[in-house]
Design a protein around this ligand. Structure first.
Ligand SMILES: *Cc1c(COP(=O)(O)O)cnc(C)c1O
Length: 360
């Protein structure tokens, strides 16, 4: 459904601004002249978002057979890379452009199948990762292989040509700024050159600040840094999710009740973290939408949803004035939001979905 005004009639609702997504993705693309750009579908697989992103990216990164079928159904010919620990046979033997191998056992299963495949070996390098919000590498985790595991794979690959070693894949951390990501990229590139491969997927994980919604990852300095690091003949690829789609989504709802309990002010809104789980998983206050849509200043109020659990908190002690019936708009709800939420808990109705379309 396309939206004319800013607030849908029926609330709660998600509103995706496809025009701003289009402009943002174009700017990111332009900042990365020497890099292949894939979008990590798990951040938000909404088909309307994917259609906009498909105009700007070189391919999609998927983490399951479900995501693979979804992307193939929408864009039959587009390059797709599949990764993730614990692949089923259907996932391991799927029709993909690049397969990210996460363990020697996966590779043995692939080789035993006799199928052809182009693989990147996912490496978990023992490099310090400072300042990240999540770490997938630099220590013992179930993601990818340490250099010993990679060596085991390289040995398994010798003397056959069905499974071709194209390069390495690394997604070591998320929530990093450009300088920190470039340091990791340098370490991964050094490792790839020692291994003798020329295709390097540097993963995603570009920083997003929920505390400062206007801050943006510095794509320009990241792109310039990768241009400096890249040697002729090398293919560098990245696969951001959150930093591409997060800004285009809003979750819009309405205040059902306002009350004071033991001195603290609460506003209860329709819906809650079963629609927008991000603040519960990240432990933050979901930012309210831009000032023109935000309520006037007031006594700090904690905004909660309708669920019977103390974890159903969308934002804590926000200094705004809210009354029953007021519309509340949460920003930065375009990634790891609806699609990671526990929709069926308490059997409340699902939100509506609305799209602000780009002018064509
Ligand atoms: C989740 C994931 C990404 C995307 O991470 P963001 O933090 O959303 O940019 C990229 N690559 C892999 C392997 C992932 O698991």
């Amino acid at each position: 459904m396309t939206l004319n005004g800013s607030v849908p009639d029926e609330l709660p609702a998600y509103v995706y601004d496809l025009a701003s997504l289009d402009a943002h993705a174009a700017a990111v693309r332009a900042a990365l002249p020497d890099v292949e750009l894939y979008y990590a579908v798990k951040a938000n697989p909404d088909p309307e978002l994917l259609r906009v992103l498909a105009r700007h990216v070189d391919g999609f990164e998927v983490s399951s057979g479900g995501e693979l079928a979804h992307v193939r159904g929408l864009f039959p010919g587009v390059p797709v890379a599949l990764g993730g620990p614990g692949k089923t046979d259907a996932e391991l033997f799927g029709d993909v452009t690049r397969l990210h191998v996460e363990s020697p056992n996966e590779l043995r299963r692939l080789l035993a199948s006799g199928r052809r495949a182009d693989v990147l070996l996912r490496v978990n390098l023992d490099v310090p990762v400072a300042g990240a919000s999540l770490t997938m590498g630099g220590g013992a985790t179930p993601f990818g292989m340490d250099p010993g595991g990679i060596d085991e794979c390289v040995a398994l690959l010798s003397g056959q040509d069905a499974v071709r070693l194209r390069g390495v894949h690394a997604h070591l951390a998320s929530g990093l700024e450009a300088a920190a990501l470039l340091e990791l990229a340098a370490a991964v590139l050094t490792y790839a050159r020692e291994l003798g491969v020329q295709e390097i997927n540097l993963g995603g994980g570009m920083a997003v600040s929920y505390a400062d919604p206007d801050a943006r990852f510095d794509w320009r300095s990241y792109g310039e840094g990768l241009t400096r690091l890249r040697r002729p003949g090398e293919v560098l690829r990245i696969e951001p999710g959150r930093a591409l789609s997060v800004y285009c989504g809003r979750y819009v709802t309405r205040v059902i009740d306002v009350k004071r309990v033991h001195g603290e002010l609460f506003a209860v809104v329709a819906g809650g973290t079963h629609h927008l789980r991000t603040p519960a998983t990240k432990g933050h206050s979901q930012p309210l939408a831009a000032p023109q849509a935000a309520p006037p200043p007031g006594e700090p109020v904690t905004i909660v949803g309708q669920l019977c659990t103390p974890k159903d908190v969308l934002a804590r002690r926000v200094p705004v004035s809210l009354a029953v019936g007021d519309v509340v708009e949460f920003a930065m709800a375009g990634a790891y939001a609806w699609n990671i939420s526990h929709h069926d808990f308490l059997m409340h109705p699902k939100p509506g979905f609305h799209y602000v379309c780009p002018r064509t």
